[in-house]
Design a protein around this ligand. Structure first.
Ligand code: FE
Length: 368
């Protein structure tokens, strides 16, 4: 059983798709945003259900499509805990496993290229990101890199795997596709037979240029590929109905976590207690049911909640949040409706691939 290996020529990045042949459950490792159409086609053609998008680290040379794959393929996002990717729905630590169908992927913390970098073992394969490359290794001179940590990760963690393990790197610049642990242990030019001091001297002498896209890519990758520039606003579908736009829960979460917006829960106290709530969201109830008194303080409360930021409105299924977004817009706020609400709408198909609500999207919530 081999992984599907995909290549992005612009960044020489390898992306991998692994799947359970029986259940068709899949994971993708290091997807590239510019290849989203290709990757969705690969999933479709192979009849795969994407369970997880997984990062080996916060990349400096391309932007991940993790957030887009969460949107369009319903995947959950996983990333190494030490990489500062706050939007990932699962933060991995050494030894953690991700299950897809009957298959298991195991995370190994292999710092060096970055402090948080990980490699992933699946069956007799290892996906090494920018830690172990074919006849080389990732650079260690920026982004919390450390030659000493790299040496330890290569010699003590990766070279401890069986020699027959197939090595699938995060990049190759010479058209090579894979190697093996035995091959790299014996012949890797940087590390095979080298002492720590020799290895550090080799790494210090590399003098590599700064990656072309680092200033743009790293901030975006810290939020699963959501860009913090003018383009970000265009990811929300503009609404013709008198408010700023409809927004997916994953994008709403990213904006909120980035401090660009305030999350406002417009459900009643009773609903939040009964069904569950989002920790840290502000509660401003929007009451519109027949026989229920309107919240007389709505206008004042939502203005003070916004504090000059965008407001992202969450209700049960995405109906009341539209009404509340319209009202907030009349009050002069930049208001977005979060599609599908907290619990989701049974007609989810109608909503552009949204996955059925905040709670089911794997975003943070707790029992009320
Ligand atoms: Fe990298």
């Amino acid at each position: 059983m081999q992984p599907l290996q995909l290549f992005d020529p612009a960044s020489s990045t390898y992306t991998y798709v692994l799947f359970d042949p029986a259940t068709r459950d899949a994971v993708i490792i290091d997807p590239v945003d510019e290849q989203i159409e290709r990757d969705l086609a690969v999933l479709r053609e192979n009849d795969l259900r994407l369970q997880w998008t997984i990062e080996t680290h916060a990349h400096a040379d391309h932007i991940t499509s993790a957030y887009l794959l969460a949107e369009h393929a319903g995947a959950k996002t996983a990333a190494p805990a030490g990489c500062g990717i706050a939007t990932a729905s699962k933060l991995l630590v050494h030894g953690d496993t991700l299950v897809f169908g009957g298959e298991t992927l195991k995370a190994l913390h292999t710092p060096g290229h970055t402090q948080g970098s990980m490699s992933f073992v699946w069956r007799d394969h290892v996906f090494t990101g920018d830690t172990l490359l074919i006849n080389g290794c990732g650079r260690t001179d920026f982004q919390s890199g450390s030659s000493e940590a790299m040496y330890h990760s290569l010699t003590q963690i990766l070279f401890a795997l069986p020699d027959a393990t197939t090595v699938w790197p995060g990049h190759d610049y010479q058209g090579r596709t894979h190697s093996s642990i035995g091959q790299e242990k014996a012949h890797n030019a940087r590390v095979a037979g080298k002492t720590l001091q020799e290895f550090i001297a080799i790494m210090d002498a590399l003098n590599l240029p700064k990656p072309r896209r680092i200033d743009e890519a790293v901030p975006a990758n810290l939020s699963s590929g959501v860009r913090h520039d003018a383009d970000a606003a265009n990811l929300a579908v503009k609404s013709a109905e008198g408010y700023a736009g409809d927004i997916s829960n994953t994008l709403a979460y990213a904006w909120w976590q980035a401090g660009d917006a305030v999350l406002v829960d417009v459900r009643t106290d009773a609903e939040r207690e009964w069904v569950g709530q989002v920790p840290g969201a502000v509660s401003v109830a929007w009451k519109q049911w027949p026989g229920m008194a309107m919240n007389a303080n709505f206008d004042a409360e939502i203005k003070s909640a916004a504090g000059g930021k965008k407001v992202l409105l969450l209700c049960r299924s995405g109906v009341r949040s539209v009404a509340a977004a319209k009202r907030a817009t009349e009050l002069g706020l930049q208001a977005y409706n979060i599609l599908e609400g907290f619990e989701g709408d049974p007609d989810a198909e109608a909503h552009r691939g949204n996955k059925g609500g905040w709670r089911r999207a794997g975003l943070p919530w707790r029992q009320g």
